[in-house]
Design a protein around this ligand. Structure first.
Ligand code: SF4
Length: 244
């Protein structure tokens, strides 16, 4: 049976999807976002817990009483799409056990998404930038992989919660956020938009890993400064659900 490599597990997460959730952080990410606060998840060969889907889902089932009607399990990373067989099997087993499944991804996977999306209830989609040049500037990679994942998610009609990290000098300001708004209006099934203010909580990890921090000297953002734009994007970019 396939095995997966897990960086860590958060048993009672409250910010990665609806309700109370267990968040499974998979090891490995091919992107290099300049603001990444989890560089310790990058190296797919770094020491990690190796588990089978059955072992992992047995652990997740212990927390099921806490999930209630709205919670569940979120697979995050790193980039969970880089372990597609393991991820698909875990999602399938969670679904079979009646657990709501959420995928927290930057959409930079390997291109085979059918088995994954077949068992995904909700995607937390990390939109790094809305145009290819900006994407390359922030991430150092081509936007093509993201576009392919988004097309697959749209074809599978999976609801989306969009997240976008706002970084001073990189992805902030009226012009940028207006561009983001126009882009998000081309995407269907968005239920929520979360603008995430840049913070510096992961900087110490770079020092520990001996990696230069790309955004040295950039000050954290005041979350209150994004309140207006958060409200606006949730008004102008989300599909109305009945009863909402
Ligand atoms: S996709 Fe996430 S884990 Fe990967 S480099 Fe970007 S912020 Fe870090």
């Amino acid at each position: 049976m396939t095995t997966g490599r897990i960086h860590s597990l958060e048993s009672m997460g409250l910010v990665d999807g609806p309700g109370i959730r267990t968040v499974v952080f998979l090891q490995g990410c091919a992107l290099r976002c300049r603001y990444c606060h989890n560089p310790d998840t990058w190296d797919p060969g770094a020491p990690a817990q190796t588990v089978t889907p059955a072992e992992l889902v047995d652990r997740l089932l212990r927390y099921k009483p806490y999930y209630g009607a709205t919670g569940g399990v979120t697979f995050s990373g790193g980039e969970p799409l880089l372990q597609p067989e393991f991820l698909a099997e875990c999602l399938k087993r969670c679904r079979a056990a009646g657990i709501h499944t959420c995928l927290d991804t930057a959409g930079a996977g390997l291109g085979e998404y059918g088995a994954i999306l077949a068992h995904t209830d909700l995607i937390l989609l990390d939109v790094k930038h809305y145009d290819p040049e900006g994407y390359r500037n922030v991430i150092g990679a081509d936007i093509g992989a993201f576009d392919r994942f988004l097309a697959a998610a749209q074809a599978a009609e999976i609801p989306l919660w969009v997240r976008h990290v706002v970084v001073p000098g990189l992805t902030d300001g009226e012009e940028h956020l207006e561009g983001l708004e126009r882009y998000l209006q081309t995407i269907r099934r968005i239920q929520r938009v979360e603008l995430l203010p840049y913070h510096t909580l992961g900087v110490h990890k770079y020092a520990a890993l001996g990696i230069p921090y790309p955004l040295e000297g950039v000050e954290p953002m005041d979350p209150a400064s994004l309140k207006g734009w958060n409200l606006r994007l949730n008004e102008t970019c989300c599909e109305r659900r009945s009863g909402v």
